[in-house]
Design a binder for this molecule. Structure first.
Ligand code: SAM
Length: 392
């Protein structure tokens, strides 16, 4: 059954762009051989079988690897910047990473792609890509740098981060060791990014749930005033997780968005959602120049959900961090939550960190068990907080 449904769901399938006011979206071609990620040979020969085998041996690895590349340009005649990279080139990069595009949305500010394993955002001078499972994310660095060079864009900052995998032994090299990952990232970067730092931020209450960060920057001063919030949730409430099992038709993604309450996290966002078969869900939210993204692995035993968004420290109409976090976490009611907040620019605010802890305690009964902070030259401050319900 699973085999059949995967094959049908992932056969080439083209939707043409349909426009709304300033959004368009398309469901793009899904390639069966790209949905399985750990063994290229097998994935070419018989992909659905590989996915089934992989999931039988371990389980689906929800924890994402995340890469952010920021560029500078000298060409003022190209306001679209990286958005001019053609789809075929993106497809080739994703092929190396071992995932593919399942749907896409764009507005005036950026392009957002839902991938078979998580998401890709392309801004004029910034790329954010996160991929889960056993994908080979770091293979994209050199390829993106090369594509950017063709558009006269120069790399000026790189940030690679991830949580601790649920199934670390299922990962391929170099993802079995953060040290090896850092070596590969460093080998891919030009010498023009001299300010580098790698850090494993380990919670005092649980050393198996660390946050791994590597940054490299051309300048010592951080220059992006945005705050990026990354939430990783495990042990999802079983009733809430049921919303992410696919028992309907092509509108399953929309149904999951509505039934779970994801549509209320930011009511202004245009949501591009995708339901996997037989379960699983991904969405990208697009609101002006702000993105948000959610990915859900609902299977009991290794359930996982992530929420990420970019916010401003000042209330600029896109929402207050603690309010947004409360709504997102409440969708899943998890047994274990981590919040990694990256303050770009000079923005770190102890007050915001404390307020998040107060609000999550009051509204969701979550107690902060650990708070770790670290500074990264040219890339800002990262605060990593771990929460569990008070009753635990
Ligand atoms: C890709 S989605 C969301 C990924 C996200 N990073 C996460 O951790 O939840 C993962 C969920 O979809 C399910 N799934 C079903 N078919 C899949 C496929 N072809 N590729 C990847 N995941 C699939 C997985 O079992 C899992 O529950």
């Amino acid at each position: 059954m699973l085999l059949l449904s995967l094959s049908s769901r992932f056969s080439p399938y083209i939707y043409h762009f349909s426009s709304t006011d300033h959004h368009y979206f398309s469901l793009l071609s899904l390639n069966t051989h790209l949905i399985c990620s750990s063994n290229l040979l097998c994935s070419v020969l018989f992909p659905p079988l590989l996915l089934i085998l992989q999931m039988a041996v371990s389980g689906f690895e929800g924890f994402e690897k995340r890469l952010e590349l920021r560029f500078s340009t000298t060409n003022n005649n190209n306001p679209m910047g990286l958005r001019l990279i053609d789809f075929e080139s993106l497809h080739q990069v994703l092929n190396q990473v071992q995932c593919t595009v399942v749907s896409a949305v764009a507005n005036q500010s950026f392009d957002a792609y839902v991938l078979s394993e998580s998401s890709l955002f392309v801004y004029p001078t910034k790329i954010i890509i996160k991929t889960c499972g056993t994908t080979q994310l770091l293979k994209s660095i050199l390829l993106f740098i090369h594509l950017a060079q063709n558009l006269n864009l120069t790399l000026r900052a790189c940030r690679y981060s991830r949580g601790s995998f649920i199934f670390p032994h299922a990962q391929p090299f170099p993802y079995t060791s953060f040290k090896e990952e850092v070596i590969i990232v460093e080998q891919s970067l030009p010498n023009s990014l001299p300010y580098r730092k790698a850090s494993v931020m380990t919670p005092s209450n649980n050393n198996s749930r660390a946050w791994h960060v590597f940054t490299a920057s051309a300048d010592v001063e951080p220059d992006e005033p945005l705050v990026v919030v990354e939430v990783c949730m495990t042990e999802l409430d079983k009733v809430n997780a049921r919303s992410f099992f696919n028992n309907s038709d092509d509108s399953a993604g929309k149904e999951m968005t509505r039934l779970s309450g994801i549509d209320t996290i930011n009511a202004n966002a245009f949501i591009c959602d995708f339901a996997f078969d037989p379960c699983g869900y991904s969405m990208n939210g697009v609101d002006g120049d702000r993105y948000s993204t959610i990915h859900v692995t609902p299977e009991d035993g290794f359930s996982y959900a992530s929420f990420e968004c970019g916010l401003s420290l000042n209330d600029d109409g896109y929402g207050d961090i603690s309010e947004v976090l409360t709504r997102a976490i409440n969708v899943f009611r998890p047994g274990c939550v981590s919040v990694a907040t990256t303050y770009g620019g000079e923005g770190y605010s102890h007050e915001v960190t404390k307020r998040v802890e107060r609000v999550l305690a009051k509204r969701l009964g979550l107690k902060c068990r650990s708070r770790v902070m670290d500074e990264f030259p040219g890339s800002g401050t990262v605060v990593f907080q771990s929460f569990t319900p008070r009753r635990k």
